[in-house]
Each structure stands twice: as C-alpha cells, then as structure tokens.
Design a protein around this ligand. Structure first.
Ligand SMILES: *Cc1c(COP(=O)(O)O)cnc(C)c1O
Length: 239
C-alpha cells in the first residue's frame, strides 16, 4: 500500500477501536446487542488511501456525501467488497451518478429524487435493488430545502418508493438539528419508523447518530450509525 504512512494507519486503527468500544458499551448500557447496529464510516473529504486502510481494519460500510467523490473513490477502490452509502443532499441532476455508485441512499426526501433514482437504477451493473432510506426532517420548525421530508409526508413517499422499479424501501434516516436535543429528535425519528413499519414491515433501518450523538441514537433504536470525525479526525479541507 504505497503512500500510506504508518502513523495515519495507527491513528485510524485507534479511532476505529475507540468508536467500536464506545458502541459496545452504549449497547450494553441499554440492553442492545452490538451486532444490531451497523457502523458506517463517513470518509467524505478524506483520501482513498484512508478508505483502503479502514477496509483492512475490517470496515465494510463507507459513507460519502458528494456524488462525484463517491464515484471517484468507488473507481479507485474497485476491488473493495464494501457497501457504499450516499448520505448527502441529493440533487436530481446527480441521481444517475448516485444510482450507479451507491448501494444505499440515505437522503431520499422528495418525489423527484425517487423518480430520478428509479430511472437510472436500471443501468447500473448490479442485480440488487438500490436500498433507499427516507430522510426525515427532525427540525420542529421545518424548513423546506434543508434536507428531509416532514414526518407527515413520509407515508406518501414510502408508497412511491415501494412502487418504483429497482428501489427497495429500507427505512428512515435523520440528522439531529444543530442545537436541538438529540434524544428528542431521535425519539421522533423512532416514532416515524414505527408508523412506517405498520405498512412496510421490512423497512426496519433507522440511520441516526453521528460522532457527537451516538448515545442518544443507540438508546432510541438506531440500526445504522454514520461516524466520521471520531474515527478520521476533524474534517480534511474541502477539495
Ligand atoms: C458528515 C456526516 C456525518 C458524520 O459526521 P461526524 O460528526 O463527522 O461523525 C454523518 N451524517 C451526515 C449526513 C454527514 O453529512
């Protein structure tokens, strides 16, 4: 692995081990099994060499928030047997890139995005459907355009995903708003998930929790955690 210096590998190994321990401990605290939660390591802004080190350390799930960067990294890591999660806001003109390169999209939040993903998913070279999570706005003062659909709109969007060829409704995703009570935010996300599962029993995923609010997310039933800075360090400069 040329170009990867040992100190960076050590740093990533230490960060990963510390986060894994934290997850084990938080699960034990609330009587959950650590294998109920999938750790997605958010590698956005970090180089592909970091992705390769993480893969050697046993990471299987990677998160990216820019369509182009996802595509580039996926090409650069083409032998990697990982699962790639798209977690960023999705513009319809990037839907083709995302449909071709992601295995899971966490940020489905409007009808036009569903249409665009479904239109492009047919020509990716995978037999598997594209897993879709509905991003739910957890902001009590909902503002359109900030990512996430209002809880009241989830059921209509779910029905649309269900009816779309090549897409599978996997569950919900949420980001605790800055300055808000993360526990309260994730508790509303859990309620949205329970309601969704009445009509869509297999849509069990709850993607919640970042470096700063893992405890609240695990306590409120998160199945997928999206962790960047606690493992990779403070964000690298934007490219
Ligand atoms: C960047 C990002 C994360 C990871 O955040 P950290 O605080 O670095 O753990 C998680 N989710 C989304 C949607 C992100 O954009």
């Amino acid at each position: 692995m040329t170009g990867t210096d040992t100190s960076r590998s050590d740093e990533l190994a230490a960060g990963l081990m510390s986060v894994r321990r934290q997850i084990d401990r938080l699960c034990a605290d609330v009587g959950r099994e650590p294998n109920e939660v999938t750790l997605i390591v958010v590698t956005k802004t970090w180089p592909t060499s970091d992705v390769l080190v993480l893969a050697e350390l046993g990471v299987t799930d990677f998160g990216e928030n820019k369509a182009q960067e996802l595509r580039d990294k996926r090409i650069e890591c083409n032998s990697l047997q990982g699962t790639w999660h798209f977690i960023g806001q999705l513009q319809t003109n990037k839907a083709a890139l995302v449909a071709h390169n992601a295995d899971v999209v966490h940020s489905v939040d409007r009808a036009r995005v569903v249409e665009a993903l479904s239109r492009h998913v047919g020509d990716r070279n995978s037999e598997r459907p594209l897993d879709c999570l509905i991003q739910v706005s957890l902001d009590p003062e909902f503002r359109a355009g900030r990512g996430g659909v209002e809880p009241a709109e989830v059921s209509a969007l779910a029905a649309q995903i269900d009816d779309s060829a090549g897409l599978r409704l996997a569950g919900v995703m949420g980001v605790a708003p800055v300055g808000a009570d993360a526990r309260q935010a994730f508790s509303s996300l859990r309620e949205v998930s329970l309601r969704l599962r009445q009509d869509h029993p297999s849509a069990t995923w709850i993607s919640a929790g970042m470096s700063g609010d893992l405890a609240e997310a695990i306590d409120e039933g998160a199945t997928h955690l999206r962790v960047g800075s606690a493992i990779l360090g403070s964000r690298a400069p934007l490219r």
